[in-house]
Design a protein around this ligand. Structure first.
Ligand SMILES: [Zn+2]
Length: 296
């Protein structure tokens, strides 16, 4: 069977047809229509209908949608998403049901990615945390093979918990100082490097400078980012009593030594001595879209 899956991002939206083997059979991409949610979901319905006509094996009721939080994912209601402010209080579930034959299901994008990941590590474990570090930071938890999604689907909003309590950077979203997203994300690395060098520095450039030990201040800054990530991971191991973390997202795909650094730190500080913890770096592409296959 083929399913229609939609990944709504802050900048682009992908509507795709995914099969049981998690191959993307077809997809169309467009710029997310930030200023008008009605136009955005009209476009999604149009593309979905197009795929229903084009592929006979598509289940024409299912429309699985990943969207940025916070949302009430049980009904598809946007709740103040930082990058899609015009969508606040827009009920996508209601809109889709009124304007199409689809029965939509909604999920957080990190949850969808974790489900795609689970398929590849199933033989090793059925309990793990998926931590994604890219522009932002997200977390998902698979327990006994099932996604734990929280009361309204917002489980794992770890980006806005405090990791550095002496930070002088105030988060524009949660207004706390030193929250995870503003201390260890790709955007945070770029911001900190730009402040240090007094010019715009990309995440990639900062990481290269660190690896080549080009600048002492950049080196110290990235070392601190890695340290904070180590501490975050040990918090996760201890709080969830799991032995497996999968790291996803663009920053973890870089040459920064996340796997080694976290493994070392956890082996020194985890209360359960000699525990068989495992850190994996994800190698999946387009994992949000394919993971949506498992939602409904
Ligand atoms: Zn915050």
């Amino acid at each position: 069977m083929l399913k229609l899956c939609v990944d709504i991002g802050g900048t682009k939206t992908i509507v795709g047809v995914v099969n049981e083997q998690l191959d993307i059979i077809a997809s169309k991409k467009f710029e997310t229509i930030k200023e008008d949610p009605k136009q955005q979901f009209t476009e999604i319905i149009k593309l979905a209908n197009h795929f229903v006509t084009e592929y006979k094996e598509v289940d024409s009721n299912i429309l699985n949608i990943a969207m940025p939080g916070p949302c009430d994912y049980t009904q598809g209601l946007f709740l103040n998403p930082p990058n899609l402010q015009q969508y606040n209080q827009f009920n996508a579930g209601q809109y889709i049901e009124q304007h199409s034959q689809f029965k939509p299901s909604f999920v957080n994008d990190t949850d969808a990615a974790a489900l795609a990941e689970y398929r590849y590590i199933k033989s090793t474990t059925s309990d793990f945390v998926y931590l994604t570090i890219s522009t932002g930071v997200g977390m998902a938890y698979v327990k006994n093979g099932q996604l734990v999604s929280g009361v309204d689907g917002n489980f794992g909003e770890i980006g806005h918990t405090v990791i550095k309590n002496d930070s002088d950077y105030q988060c524009p979203v949660c207004h706390q100082y030193g929250c995870v997203e503003n201390e260890i994300s790709g955007l945070a690395i770029s911001r900190k490097a730009s402040d240090l060098l007094n010019r715009p520095v990309t995440t990639r450039e900062a990481i290269t400078m660190y690896l080549e030990h080009e600048d002492e201040t950049i080196h110290t800054m990235v070392e601190e980012v890695i340290k904070l990530t180590q501490q975050l991971c040990i918090n996760i191991f201890s709080v969830f009593n799991i032995y497996h973390i999968v790291l996803g997202g663009g920053v973890t795909q870089s040459a920064l030594p996340y796997k080694e650094a976290i493994t070392n730190y956890v082996s020194q500080h985890h209360l359960i001595q000699n525990s068989t913890i495992q850190i994996d770096i994800s190698h999946l592409e387009a994992n949000v879209l394919t993971g949506l296959y498992f939602i409904n």
